[in-house]
Write a protein of this length. Structure first.
Length: 486
């Protein structure tokens, strides 16, 4: 049997809450304002700890068929139906079953008008894991095998050794030691480092998550020495972690926490790490807090038009230009994305320094705006072109239908004419047959008359001959009698 594509999650049934304000119509210009306008995030927060916390409490408390209510960015209230345990579909001998709900986070760049209009402005979305089982046996569909705990543990220790002896680790250590920290560090919070044993996503090489978790241990050691705090805790959030991962990481002092608790844990004494996560970590963290430092995907304005789950953000970049200094991260694309180190400044950047830094962002905003405008114009032109093509196709279909209708009508008329012609032909044939029959009858009668006439002549000839014979006979009889008398 061919392999089936089985999604891992889905959005369930949504509706507006009864007490919800009417959702605003989709406005692309409003979305562009959120993306590129230089305004304080505190005045227009895309994410708040209060909203995330309220949503999480509902996810943990609500049961099947109950609603989880989320406030969207346009102030509308959206209900997400809890569907845990429901069989959604049965296909190819497999049941699709709704698993537990979880919260997903959507960057503003990915908000878009959709058929489900009530979630247009929802950047916090309730989703469900999907669980699969065989329809007939009711057995769970087999999952990839997890390596034995011992093998996975020693594999991770080997990767830690490889990391510690790499030039990347040495360069990172030197850079961290050169940074003047503005605040003490109480915890390291990591997002999206992936499973050690069963990595998911576009890169499933186990070396990559191994190196990233090993980096967390190095950051803890260096920052602990710098701050004199040997008890810095490491928190790691990723839904990909399994029980084996949790046991291995716990053995190295890394505590796994459920999503989205990590976002609620980040504070001003946190050091954040993330590498190409499946949620908008940079956008969320900069709206939720102002941590002491971060190691995450470099802020590259040229990537503004790339729509990813953790996209480049103009407002976030500008905030970081004001409050953070940037340091290089060693290049290692086998185990990391293009990364950078950001450390909180003791004082915000001066206006002169900020404007100098902002030049690059302003240029990127201008380029992005032009590109968006061109895209919108192209979209309009494309839509008009598509409509013209549709109209042409419709006209062709109508013309074809009309031609077929005319052809049927002509054919029908031809059949009627043919039928009439055949009827007339039959009449003529019958008339001809009648004439022939009359002629034949006349000829037959004439022949009969001729026969009758010939028969009469024969009888007359016969009578004369008989009379002559009788006369001869009588004459001979008389002659005989005369002789006898003599």
């Amino acid at each position: 049997m061919s392999e089936l594509f089985l999604p891992d999650c889905f959005i369930g049934v949504t509706s507006l809450a009864p007490d919800s304000p009417a959702p605003g119509p989709w406005r692309e210009d409003e979305k562009m304002t959120w993306i590129k306008d230089n305004r304080p995030p505190s005045q227009y927060p895309l994410f708040t700890k209060r909203a995330i916390s309220r949503a999480l409490q509902q996810v943990l408390a609500k049961t099947t068929d109950e609603d989880i209510t989320i406030e969207a960015l346009d102030s509308s209230l959206v209900n997400f139906k809890v569907m845990t345990g429901k069989v959604l579909e049965s296909a190819d001998g497999i049941d699709w079953i709704a698993g537990r709900p979880f919260l997903d986070f959507v960057p503003v760049q990915l908000l878009r008008s959709s058929a489900t209009s009530n979630i247009n402005y929802c950047n916090i979305v309730v989703m469900h894991r999907l669980v699969y089982r065989h329809t007939h046996s009711q057995r769970p569909l087999g999952a990839p095998p997890i390596p034995p705990l011992g093998d996975a543990f020693y594999a991770f220790t080997d990767r830690i050794t490889a990391w510690r002896t790499s030039p990347i680790c040495r360069q990172l250590t030197e850079t961290l030691n050169s940074i003047e920290l503005a605040r003490p560090i109480g915890k390291i919070v990591a997002f999206g480092c992936n499973s050690l044993t069963l990595p998911v996503g576009c890169n499933t090489d186990r070396n990559r998550p191994g190196f990233q978790h090993a980096l967390l241990l190095t950051v803890k050691e260096v920052l602990g020495e710098k701050t004199g705090n040997a008890s810095i805790e490491i928190l790691a959030q990723d839904p990909a972690y399994n029980d084996t991962d949790k046991m291995i990481l716990a053995a190295f002092g890394i505590t796994v926490i459920d999503s989205p608790v990590g976002f609620l844990k980040v504070d001003e004494e946190s050091f954040v790490f993330s590498c190409s996560p499946h949620v908008p970590v940079r956008q969320m963290i900069m709206y939720l807090s102002r941590p002491a430092g971060m190691i995450w995907n470099a802020m590259i304005p040229g990537l503004a038009h790339y729509l990813t789950t953790d996209p480049y953000d103009f407002i976030v970049h500008r905030r970081m230009n004001r409050y953070y200094d940037t340091y290089d991260f060693p290049e290692d694309f086998d185990h990391f994305a293009p990364m950078a180190i950001y450390a909180l400044r003791g004082e915000p950047a001066s206006d002169e320094l900020y404007l100098e830094r902002d030049v690059v962002v302003q240029k990127a905003v201008e380029d992005f705006t032009k590109e968006v405008s061109q895209t919108l114009i192209q979209d309009v032109v494309l839509k008009e072109l598509v409509q013209k093509v549709r109209d042409m196709d419709l006209a062709k279909e109508e013309a074809k239908a009309k031609a077929e209708e005319d052809e049927e009508e002509v054919k029908s008329q031809g059949n009627e004419v043919k039928a009439e012609g055949e009827g007339e032909g039959l009449t003529e044939d019958k008339n001809k047959e009648s004439e022939v029959e009359v002629l034949e009858a006349q000829e037959s009668k004439a022949e009969d008359d001729d026969k009758d006439k010939e028969g009469g002549d024969d009888e007359e000839v016969k009578s004369e001959e008989e009379e002559e014979e009788e006369e001869v006979k009588e004459h001979e009889e008389k002659k005989t009698e005369g002789q006898a008398s003599t």
